[in-house]
Write a protein that binds this ligand. Structure first.
Ligand code: ZN
Length: 109
């Protein structure tokens, strides 16, 4: 496996796991994990798992750099999805009727 990146988690190298231990007795270290670049996490399938070994390392990175992450695409106003709210009579598993509320997305395009 030579096609990899180092996990971008800022504290990946401090987690106490066996697979991070490197070195010989007397000079052992905990090392950042490698993240293999495979057909499942590269190219069209690139995702957070292309750069982070775990959800925890991803969260650590996002929390550490949250101001810069948000600056990429700041949300300055609320987004809205047009809907219709429809109430319909429905039956449960035993045949009793009840009113069901359905939210139906409306395409205005
Ligand atoms: Zn990691």
């Amino acid at each position: 496996m030579s096609n990899f990146v180092w996990c971008h988690g800022p504290t990946c190298h401090t987690s106490h796991t066996q697979d991070r231990i490197r070195g010989v007795k007397g000079s052992k270290v905990l090392r950042t994990r490698k993240v293999a670049q495979t057909q499942y996490n590269s190219g069209d399938r690139m995702s957070m798992y292309s750069f982070f070994c775990s959800q925890g390392c991803y969260n650590d990175f996002a929390n550490k750099h949250i101001e810069r992450v948000i600056a990429i695409a700041p949300r300055t106003e609320a987004l809205e999805t047009p809907i219709d709210v429809v109430k319909e009579q429905a039956r449960d598993w035993s045949g009793n009727t009840y009113m069901e509320t359905k939210i139906i997305r409306v395409d205005n395009g």
